[in-house]
Design a protein around this ligand. Sequence first.
Ligand SMILES: *Cc1c(COP(=O)(O)O)cnc(C)c1O
Length: 243
Amino acid sequence: METTALRATIAANLAHVRQAIVDAAVASGRRADEVRLIAVSKTHPAEAIAAAIAAGQRVFGENTAQEALPKIARFPDEPLEWHFIGHLQSNKAKLVPGNFGWLHSLDNLKLAERLARFARERGAILNILIEVNITRDPARHGVAPEAVAPLLDDLLRADLAGLHLRGLMAIGPYPAGAAEQQAAFAAVRELHDACRTRFALAEFTELSMGMSGDYRAAISEGATLVRVGSAIFGERDYGRSRG
Ligand SMILES: *Cc1c(COP(=O)(O)O)cnc(C)c1O
Protein backbone atom coordinates (compact mmCIF):
# COMPACT_ATOMS: atom_id res chain seq x y z
CA MET A 1 0.00 0.00 0.00
CA GLU A 2 1.18 3.50 -0.74
CA THR A 3 2.41 5.35 2.37
CA THR A 4 -0.33 7.97 2.52
CA ALA A 5 -3.06 5.36 2.11
CA LEU A 6 -1.40 3.07 4.65
CA ARG A 7 -1.22 5.90 7.17
CA ALA A 8 -4.85 6.85 6.64
CA THR A 9 -6.04 3.25 6.96
CA ILE A 10 -4.06 2.54 10.12
CA ALA A 11 -5.05 5.88 11.70
CA ALA A 12 -8.73 5.12 11.02
CA ASN A 13 -8.43 1.57 12.36
CA LEU A 14 -6.68 2.80 15.49
CA ALA A 15 -9.34 5.45 16.07
CA HIS A 16 -12.02 2.80 15.73
CA VAL A 17 -10.33 0.38 18.16
CA ARG A 18 -9.63 3.16 20.69
CA GLN A 19 -13.28 4.19 20.63
CA ALA A 20 -14.43 0.58 21.02
CA ILE A 21 -12.12 0.27 24.05
CA VAL A 22 -13.65 3.39 25.62
CA ASP A 23 -17.17 2.10 24.91
CA ALA A 24 -16.47 -1.36 26.34
CA ALA A 25 -14.81 0.10 29.46
CA VAL A 26 -17.62 2.57 30.13
CA ALA A 27 -20.30 -0.06 29.48
CA SER A 28 -18.80 -2.22 32.23
CA GLY A 29 -18.35 0.63 34.70
CA ARG A 30 -14.60 0.96 34.20
CA ARG A 31 -12.46 3.92 33.30
CA ALA A 32 -11.09 3.87 29.75
CA ASP A 33 -7.59 4.67 31.02
CA GLU A 34 -7.54 1.37 32.93
CA VAL A 35 -7.09 -0.37 29.57
CA ARG A 36 -3.93 -0.08 27.49
CA LEU A 37 -3.85 -0.99 23.83
CA ILE A 38 -0.94 -3.05 22.53
CA ALA A 39 -0.75 -2.80 18.74
CA VAL A 40 0.38 -6.24 17.58
CA SER A 41 2.56 -5.59 14.54
CA LYS A 42 3.81 -9.15 13.90
CA THR A 43 4.11 -9.98 10.18
CA HIS A 44 3.64 -6.31 9.28
CA PRO A 45 6.53 -4.17 8.03
CA ALA A 46 8.19 -1.28 9.85
CA GLU A 47 6.23 1.13 7.63
CA ALA A 48 3.02 -0.05 9.28
CA ILE A 49 4.55 0.60 12.70
CA ALA A 50 5.63 4.07 11.54
CA ALA A 51 2.04 4.73 10.46
CA ALA A 52 0.73 3.72 13.89
CA ILE A 53 3.36 5.90 15.59
CA ALA A 54 2.21 8.81 13.44
CA ALA A 55 -1.31 8.15 14.75
CA GLY A 56 -0.08 8.38 18.35
CA GLN A 57 0.47 4.69 19.17
CA ARG A 58 3.49 3.97 21.41
CA VAL A 59 2.91 0.41 22.67
CA PHE A 60 3.61 -2.51 20.32
CA GLY A 61 3.59 -6.29 20.50
CA GLU A 62 5.60 -8.88 18.58
CA ASN A 63 5.74 -12.65 18.96
CA THR A 64 9.22 -13.63 17.82
CA ALA A 65 12.57 -12.05 18.63
CA GLN A 66 14.01 -12.55 15.17
CA GLU A 67 11.20 -10.59 13.57
CA ALA A 68 10.98 -7.95 16.28
CA LEU A 69 14.61 -6.96 16.80
CA PRO A 70 15.12 -5.27 13.41
CA LYS A 71 11.83 -3.43 13.87
CA ILE A 72 12.77 -2.27 17.35
CA ALA A 73 16.10 -1.06 15.96
CA ARG A 74 14.27 1.00 13.33
CA PHE A 75 12.80 3.39 15.92
CA PRO A 76 15.64 4.24 18.31
CA ASP A 77 14.42 7.80 18.92
CA GLU A 78 10.79 7.01 19.70
CA PRO A 79 9.72 6.34 23.29
CA LEU A 80 8.14 3.02 22.35
CA GLU A 81 7.20 0.20 24.70
CA TRP A 82 7.66 -3.29 23.25
CA HIS A 83 5.80 -6.35 24.51
CA PHE A 84 6.94 -9.90 23.73
CA ILE A 85 3.64 -11.79 23.44
CA GLY A 86 4.69 -15.11 21.85
CA HIS A 87 6.04 -18.31 23.34
CA LEU A 88 9.68 -17.88 24.32
CA GLN A 89 12.20 -20.68 24.01
CA SER A 90 14.77 -20.60 26.73
CA ASN A 91 17.66 -20.33 24.22
CA LYS A 92 16.15 -17.01 23.02
CA ALA A 93 15.77 -15.59 26.52
CA LYS A 94 18.80 -13.35 26.24
CA LEU A 95 17.16 -11.42 23.38
CA VAL A 96 14.24 -10.20 25.49
CA PRO A 97 15.49 -8.10 28.46
CA GLY A 98 16.63 -4.68 27.29
CA ASN A 99 14.83 -4.99 23.96
CA PHE A 100 11.34 -5.56 25.36
CA GLY A 101 9.83 -4.01 28.47
CA TRP A 102 7.29 -6.79 28.93
CA LEU A 103 7.02 -10.55 28.43
CA HIS A 104 3.51 -12.02 28.38
CA SER A 105 4.33 -15.71 28.20
CA LEU A 106 6.22 -16.85 31.28
CA ASP A 107 5.41 -20.50 31.98
CA ASN A 108 8.28 -21.91 34.05
CA LEU A 109 10.77 -21.06 36.76
CA LYS A 110 13.90 -21.88 34.73
CA LEU A 111 12.93 -19.37 32.07
CA ALA A 112 12.32 -16.74 34.75
CA GLU A 113 15.77 -17.35 36.23
CA ARG A 114 17.42 -16.99 32.81
CA LEU A 115 15.46 -13.83 32.03
CA ALA A 116 16.37 -12.34 35.40
CA ARG A 117 20.06 -13.05 34.87
CA PHE A 118 20.06 -11.41 31.42
CA ALA A 119 18.02 -8.47 32.73
CA ARG A 120 20.58 -7.85 35.46
CA GLU A 121 23.48 -8.19 33.00
CA ARG A 122 21.88 -5.57 30.78
CA GLY A 123 20.79 -3.34 33.64
CA ALA A 124 17.20 -3.72 32.41
CA ILE A 125 13.87 -4.35 34.09
CA LEU A 126 11.49 -6.84 32.50
CA ASN A 127 7.81 -6.82 33.42
CA ILE A 128 6.45 -10.37 33.51
CA LEU A 129 3.02 -11.89 32.95
CA ILE A 130 2.35 -15.58 33.54
CA GLU A 131 0.53 -17.16 30.61
CA VAL A 132 -2.46 -19.24 31.66
CA ASN A 133 -3.82 -21.92 29.36
CA ILE A 134 -7.37 -21.10 30.36
CA THR A 135 -8.96 -23.34 27.74
CA ARG A 136 -6.65 -26.26 28.66
CA ASP A 137 -5.99 -26.71 24.97
CA PRO A 138 -3.02 -29.12 24.68
CA ALA A 139 -1.95 -27.35 21.48
CA ARG A 140 -1.51 -24.10 23.38
CA HIS A 141 1.22 -22.78 25.64
CA GLY A 142 0.87 -21.52 29.18
CA VAL A 143 0.34 -23.17 32.54
CA ALA A 144 -2.88 -24.87 33.60
CA PRO A 145 -5.04 -22.68 35.87
CA GLU A 146 -4.33 -24.79 38.96
CA ALA A 147 -0.57 -24.59 38.28
CA VAL A 148 -0.43 -20.78 38.43
CA ALA A 149 -0.32 -20.43 42.23
CA PRO A 150 2.40 -23.12 42.64
CA LEU A 151 4.49 -21.40 39.94
CA LEU A 152 4.03 -18.02 41.64
CA ASP A 153 5.08 -19.59 44.90
CA ASP A 154 8.31 -20.85 43.26
CA LEU A 155 8.92 -17.50 41.55
CA LEU A 156 8.56 -15.61 44.82
CA ARG A 157 11.12 -17.85 46.54
CA ALA A 158 13.67 -17.45 43.74
CA ASP A 159 16.08 -14.55 43.26
CA LEU A 160 14.47 -12.78 40.36
CA ALA A 161 15.89 -9.29 40.77
CA GLY A 162 15.48 -7.66 37.36
CA LEU A 163 11.99 -9.07 36.86
CA HIS A 164 8.73 -7.50 38.00
CA LEU A 165 5.83 -9.94 38.32
CA ARG A 166 2.89 -7.97 36.97
CA GLY A 167 -0.02 -10.31 36.33
CA LEU A 168 -1.56 -12.91 34.03
CA MET A 169 -2.01 -13.32 30.31
CA ALA A 170 -4.50 -15.55 28.51
CA ILE A 171 -5.72 -16.25 25.01
CA GLY A 172 -9.48 -16.60 24.77
CA PRO A 173 -11.28 -19.62 23.31
CA TYR A 174 -11.53 -19.67 19.54
CA PRO A 175 -13.84 -20.16 17.79
CA ALA A 176 -16.30 -19.23 20.51
CA GLY A 177 -19.51 -17.34 21.05
CA ALA A 178 -19.76 -14.29 23.29
CA ALA A 179 -20.90 -16.24 26.36
CA GLU A 180 -18.02 -18.68 26.10
CA GLN A 181 -15.49 -15.82 25.66
CA GLN A 182 -16.96 -14.03 28.65
CA ALA A 183 -16.82 -17.13 30.86
CA ALA A 184 -13.18 -17.81 29.97
CA PHE A 185 -12.11 -14.23 30.68
CA ALA A 186 -14.06 -14.21 33.95
CA ALA A 187 -12.16 -17.34 34.99
CA VAL A 188 -8.84 -15.59 34.32
CA ARG A 189 -9.95 -12.56 36.32
CA GLU A 190 -10.96 -14.76 39.27
CA LEU A 191 -7.63 -16.57 39.16
CA HIS A 192 -5.83 -13.22 39.06
CA ASP A 193 -7.81 -11.92 42.05
CA ALA A 194 -7.11 -15.11 43.98
CA CYS A 195 -3.36 -14.84 43.32
CA ARG A 196 -3.23 -11.18 44.34
CA THR A 197 -4.99 -11.92 47.59
CA ARG A 198 -3.08 -15.08 48.43
CA PHE A 199 0.39 -13.67 47.74
CA ALA A 200 -0.32 -10.01 48.64
CA LEU A 201 1.38 -8.77 45.49
CA ALA A 202 1.07 -4.99 45.15
CA GLU A 203 2.44 -4.92 41.60
CA PHE A 204 0.46 -7.88 40.27
CA THR A 205 -2.20 -5.64 38.74
CA GLU A 206 -2.24 -6.55 35.05
CA LEU A 207 -4.53 -8.79 33.04
CA SER A 208 -3.49 -9.23 29.41
CA MET A 209 -6.45 -10.66 27.52
CA GLY A 210 -8.41 -9.85 24.40
CA MET A 211 -7.45 -9.84 20.71
CA SER A 212 -9.17 -8.37 17.63
CA GLY A 213 -12.08 -10.80 17.89
CA ASP A 214 -12.72 -10.62 21.63
CA TYR A 215 -11.18 -7.53 23.24
CA ARG A 216 -14.59 -6.07 24.11
CA ALA A 217 -15.51 -9.19 26.10
CA ALA A 218 -12.08 -9.18 27.74
CA ILE A 219 -12.44 -5.54 28.81
CA SER A 220 -15.82 -6.22 30.37
CA GLU A 221 -14.08 -8.91 32.47
CA GLY A 222 -11.25 -6.68 33.63
CA ALA A 223 -8.51 -6.72 30.95
CA THR A 224 -5.89 -4.01 31.53
CA LEU A 225 -3.86 -4.85 28.42
CA VAL A 226 -5.48 -5.81 25.12
CA ARG A 227 -3.38 -7.23 22.29
CA VAL A 228 -4.91 -6.14 18.99
CA GLY A 229 -3.32 -6.92 15.62
CA SER A 230 -5.51 -7.41 12.58
CA ALA A 231 -8.16 -4.85 13.60
CA ILE A 232 -5.38 -2.23 13.38
CA PHE A 233 -2.99 -3.48 10.70
CA GLY A 234 -5.26 -5.65 8.57
CA GLU A 235 -4.86 -9.34 7.86
CA ARG A 236 -1.43 -10.74 8.58
CA ASP A 237 1.01 -10.85 5.73
CA TYR A 238 2.69 -14.21 6.35
CA GLY A 239 4.14 -14.34 2.85
CA ARG A 240 6.19 -11.28 3.57
CA SER A 241 7.32 -12.25 7.05
CA ARG A 242 8.33 -15.78 6.16
CA GLY A 243 9.75 -15.12 2.76
C1 LIG B 1 -1.22 -12.39 17.02
C2 LIG B 1 -1.56 -12.27 18.46
C3 LIG B 1 -2.49 -11.31 18.89
C4 LIG B 1 -3.24 -10.38 17.96
O1 LIG B 1 -4.19 -11.11 17.24
P1 LIG B 1 -5.32 -10.41 16.33
O2 LIG B 1 -6.39 -11.42 16.25
O3 LIG B 1 -4.65 -10.10 15.04
O4 LIG B 1 -5.73 -9.17 17.05
C5 LIG B 1 -2.73 -11.24 20.25
N1 LIG B 1 -2.11 -12.06 21.13
C6 LIG B 1 -1.22 -12.99 20.74
C7 LIG B 1 -0.57 -13.86 21.76
C8 LIG B 1 -0.92 -13.13 19.40
O5 LIG B 1 -0.02 -14.06 19.01
